[in-house]
Design a protein around this ligand. Structure first.
Ligand code: SF4
Length: 337
């Protein structure tokens, strides 16, 4: 459904400039922005994906991954088609790139109120805006998040972090947490593999922390592309500069989309990156996409006691006194109520 967009400007030739993400597309009348889901109609910018839900599932919150937000709870997870990135390794490319590659926008019609009702009925404690990129369906996500917040449901974004500061200001009062992909610490990587730039992602991460949003960071480790010790050291230091309580998920790559020739990440590379994260002072560093790996567990940052034991997205044991270590009473960072 077409729905007038937020955050755009129009010039005297009816061209619109979209202010949702750092691409800041200038769009001629009758044309669409880079994401393929925002269209200039006679000088007014429209979202073409409002209420067009292409994916809707009840997931464990661990799948986002968010390990420090209501662990063990369900998260009602939605997406529309479209993305402002074109990552060569995208695992959801069939829906994220559908508008650009197939000129198609499809989905089941849902209103924000219906999404919230379905989330409540499913026993979910949060709604995740995920799978594709919530920035490009922002108007729908914002309205849904505002209703959800009124009904006591948390809201989380799983995002590439390429939104503008103005967008973050609008969503912040309703947004509890975000998992942000920090895909590399090299601008060349962002330009070559994603069609984007690094700096806006770093800026968003800082601003989210300033706005009080709980942030976890994910890096997909791709052999020979973003796994040098030097780059990982810089990336880990940046995360530590946001706050040492910021969890870092280091995820294993599997061949997909345009990167079928690249081998899966060896587990040893994930473990080496985790060591680099711990050496940077990060309290919580996790292995991803290696089910059963000890690096999936949460330990007390003070005494080292096992607090949450996981296998994949399943919690096998959880020993907390409220939200603190039952041994030394050190609080576990995150959102637990
Ligand atoms: S959200 Fe889409 S139209 Fe807007 S600036 Fe980003 S890519 Fe361009």
């Amino acid at each position: 459904m077409a729905h007038e967009a937020l955050l755009y400007e129009k010039d005297d030739r009816n061209r619109t400039t979209c202010g949702l993400c750092a691409h800041r597309c200038r769009i001629e009348p009758g044309r669409r922005g880079l994401c393929g889901v925002r269209e200039n109609r006679e000088g007014a910018l429209y979202s073409l994906v409002w209420g067009m839900v292409i994916a809707e599932n009840v997931d464990p919150i661990e799948k986002k991954p968010l390990f420090h937000v209501l662990p063990g709870s369900r998260s009602f997870s939605i997406a529309t088609a479209g993305c402002n990135f074109r990552c060569s390794f995208c695992q959801n490319h069939e829906i994220s790139q559908m508008p650009r590659e197939r000129n198609r926008i499809v989905g089941r019609e849902r209103s924000p109120a219906q999404i919230v009702e379905r989330a409540l009925a499913s026993g979910s404690r949060s709604i995740s805006y995920t799978y594709t990129e919530p920035t490009v369906y922002f108007e729908f996500a914002l309205e849904t998040a505002q209703i959800a917040a009124e009904r006591g449901i948390r809201n989380v974004f799983v995002t590439n972090g390429y939104m503008t500061p103005a967008m973050l200001d609008l969503i912040a009062p309703s947004l509890d947490a975000a998992n942000v992909d920090l895909k590399s610490f090299r601008d060349d990587f962002y330009r070559g593999q994603c069609g984007a730039r690094l700096q806006p992602v770093l800026d968003s991460l800082r601003k989210m922390k300033d706005l009080g949003i709980w942030v976890e960071v994910t890096t997909l480790l791709i052999p020979s592309l973003n796994d040098s010790e030097e780059e990982l050291g810089e990336l880990a230091s940046f995360i530590a500069s946001l706050g040492k309580e910021t969890p870092w998920h280091i995820s294993r790559f599997h061949p997909q989309y345009r990167m079928m020739e690249t081998p899966p990440t060896p587990a040893a590379s994930i473990h080496r990156a985790a060591e680099i994260g711990r050496a940077a002072g990060l309290r919580y560093v996790y292995s991803g996409n290696i089910p059963g790996d000890p690096g999936e567990n949460t330990f007390c940052s003070n005494c080292g006691r096992l607090l949450i034991g996981r296998c994949g997205f399943t919690i096998e044991r959880m020993e907390l006194a409220g939200s603190a270590c039952p041994g030394c009473k050190t609080p576990l960072d995150g959102i637990f109520l």
